[in-house]
Write a protein of this length. Structure first.
Length: 296
């Protein structure tokens, strides 16, 4: 009898992942062999899973409470091909490959540029958090996972008047500006809201995640303001979707230029969207800002 030699498994490729989380190897993560200690890769994959939920525009804790369950790790299978070293920049790929009755399977891979170093198969079970007994994966969650992997957008941005979108916009702005940034409430609310075009981004569960508004600064010049995104989904393109919707509204109105007052911490975000800084840094509500502008 001739023994069969198993064929080598083709390594996963970076371009097979819609989602990648970038991490840098820290000194504390290497071992006596001067390579990343094997167990840290599971931490990398777990960190990237959290980023994957953000990419789905899905605040994890709030969504799981809404769905009446939670995700529990059932199995992790790790294959080590090559080693990462101190200060390497790694891209951690996550993709959902199967949704069963109560289980969800993820393929994970750690890449150094295009070189795959470590791969992992993670199996999670959707379960009742009180008893940790499995439950069927809700259809809403199943649909979101499948839509993301199919390349579909995770948010819908609605534009309209304050009387249409004010309730959702007020909730987000209160959370971000009043509660988080400690801006006095009497500075946050003004009469301009009633005359502005507002934009609110909703995820596939109908939760409002980000907002902004558009008013006429002078004829032909649009002013964008009150841009706010819930902390749990920052960095997931929710803000860019809101900004793009407001810019499109300005174009449709015939404006030739858009300006905004950017908090200094947000200036790189607006620069990536084509805005340029103009003038010196100044304070608004005790927070450093800079005026930014772009053509339409």
């Amino acid at each position: 009898m001739v023994a069969r030699i198993p064929l080598p498994i083709e390594p996963m490729k970076r371009n097979e992942f819609r989602f990648l989380e970038r991490l840098r190897v820290r000194w504390a993560e290497i071992d006596a062999q001067k390579i990343v200690f094997n167990s840290h890769y599971l931490m990398y994959f777990d960190t990237a899973i959290a980023g994957y939920w953000r990419a789905l525009a899905m605040p994890y804790a709030q969504t799981m409470e809404y769905l009446g369950g939670d995700m529990y790790a059932r199995k992790a299978t790790v294959e080590y091909e090559r080693s990462a070293r101190y200060d390497d920049v790694l891209d951690i790929g996550i993709r959902c490959t199967r949704v069963g009755n109560s289980s969800i399977l993820f393929d994970c891979a750690a890449f150094r540029q295009d070189e795959m170093l470590v791969s992992c198969e993670l199996v999670y079970v959707f379960a009742d958090p009180a008893t940790q007994t499995s439950r069927p994966v809700p259809q809403e969650l199943r649909d979101v996972l499948q839509a993301f992997e199919a390349g579909k957008p995770m948010v819908e941005v609605r534009t309209g008047a304050w009387n249409e979108l004010g309730v959702a916009a007020r909730e987000i702005r209160t959370e971000v500006f009043v509660d988080e940034q400690k801006i006095p409430a009497d500075m946050e609310w003004d009469e301009a809201d009633a005359a502005c075009i507002h934009a609110v981004a909703f995820n596939r569960f109908g939760l409002a995640l980000g907002t902004g508004r558009l008013l006429e600064h002078v004829p032909g010049v649009a002013k964008i303001g009150r841009m706010a995104v819930r902390q749990t989904v920052r960095g997931s393109n929710v803000g860019r979707a809101v900004l793009d919707a407001l810019l499109q509204s300005a174009r449709q109105r015939g404006d030739r230029e858009a300006i905004l007052h950017a908090q200094m911490s947000a200036a790189p975000f607006y620069a990536r969207a084509g805005f340029s800084a103009r003038g010196p840094v100044f304070e608004e509500a005790g927070i450093p800002h800079v005026e930014m502008v772009r053509g339409l």
